[in-house]
Design a protein around this ligand. Structure first.
Ligand SMILES: [Zn+2]
Length: 263
C-alpha cells in the first residue's frame, strides 16, 4: 500500500497567537509533513498585524497573510482608521483583507450592534477600492452580513465566509453568487453547525481551515494547529460521501484561486 499524498491548505489560522511563540518552527514542520502546501495566517487585531507579516516573510511562499480586525474591536478608538492605514501600507504583501464583518454573538446590545453595522458598512467602500479578497467573520449575523454585501455591490467581489456556522438557507443565498465561498473549520469533526454547513456547501465553494489555535478537531487537543486539516479533510469526505483526494484537491485549488497564491 502506498500512502496518499494529496495537497492541503489551511485557509485561515492565527499563528501570531502567543501559544505558538515557542515552537512555531515545529508547527510548520508538522504542517509540511502532513502535506500542507500553504497556510493563510490572519491578524485580527491592529497590534499583531506586523508580527503576522514577519511570520510570512520568514516562511515566504509558504505562509501568506491576511490583515483584519475582529468586529468587537471596532469600538476601540481609531481602530478602523489604523486598519485602513496598515492595509494601504502593506497592500502588496497581503493576500486578503479580514477577518472583518459582524459579530452578534459577542455584541448583544442593540445600540452597539447598530454601531457595529455602521462601522462595517463604512469600511466596505475602502475594501472595494483596494480590490483585495475579503475574508468575512460573521457570527450570529451571517444573513445580515450577506445582505450588506449585496447592498454595497460586492456580488462580483471575492468574498470568503470564514468558519461558516449559519443556517442552510443563507448558504443557498451565498452560493447563488458565484464569487462567494466558505471555509469549514476543523471543529467539523464534532460541532453540529459545522457539520450541517459542510453537508450543504458545494465542494467548488469550499476551503478548509483550522482557525488555530482555536476550534481543535477534538476537545482533548488544547491547541489546534495547521496540520489538523489532515483530520478534517477526512470528516468532510465522509459527510459528502466522496473521496478524501477529491476534497483535498478541490479545496486546495479553491484556496489557491481565491487568494491568488503563487505556490
Ligand atoms: Zn479567525
Amino acid at each position: 500500500m502506498c500512502s496518499q499524498k494529496y495537497p492541503l491548505i489551511d485557509a485561515h489560522c492565527h499563528l501570531t497567537w502567543k501559544s505558538f511563540n515557542k515552537d512555531l518552527d515545529d508547527v510548520i514542520k508538522r504542517a509540511r509533513q502532513n502535506n500542507l502546501k500553504a497556510i493563510i495566517t490572519v491578524s485580527a487585531t491592529i497590534n499583531e498585524a506586523e508580527k503576522n507579516l514577519e511570520i510570512c516573510r520568514k516562511y515566504k511562499n509558504y505562509i501568506f497573510p491576511c490583515m483584519g480586525l475582529i468586529p468587537r474591536l471596532y469600538f476601540e478608538k481609531k481602530s478602523i482608521e489604523l486598519l485602513k492605514q496598515k492595509i494601504e501600507k502593506y497592500q502588496n504583501e497581503i493576500v486578503g483583507i479580514g477577518e472583518v464583518g459582524l459579530d452578534f454573538y459577542w455584541v448583544k446590545e442593540r445600540a452597539a450592534r447598530s454601531e457595529l453595522v455602521k462601522k462595517f458598512q463604512e469600511l466596505l467602500p475602502f475594501i472595494k477600492k483596494m480590490g483585495i479578497p475579503l475574508v468575512i467573520h460573521a457570527r450570529d449575523a451571517e444573513h445580515k452580513t450577506m445582505k450588506i454585501l449585496r447592498k454595497q455591490n460586492f456580488d462580483d467581489y471575492k468574498v470568503l465566509f470564514h468558519c461558516y456556522a449559519g443556517d442552510t438557507n443563507t448558504i443557498k443565498e451565498i452560493v447563488s453568487n458565484t464569487c462567494w465561498s466558505f471555509t469549514v473549520p476543523t471543529s467539523v469533526t464534532y460541532r453540529g453547525a459545522n457539520i450541517n454547513a459542510a453537508r450543504h456547501i458545494p465542494l467548488d465553494r469550499m476551503m478548509l481551515e483550522t482557525d488555530a489555535p482555536f476550534l481543535a478537531p477534538n476537545r482533548n487537543i488544547k491547541r489546534n494547529e495547521p496540520k489538523n486539516i489532515a483530520i478534517s479533510v477526512k470528516k468532510v469526505a465522509e459527510l459528502k460521501k466522496i473521496t478524501v483526494d477529491r476534497v483535498a484537491n478541490e479545496t486546495t485549488k479553491n484556496a489557491i484561486n481565491f487568494f491568488n497564491l503563487k505556490i
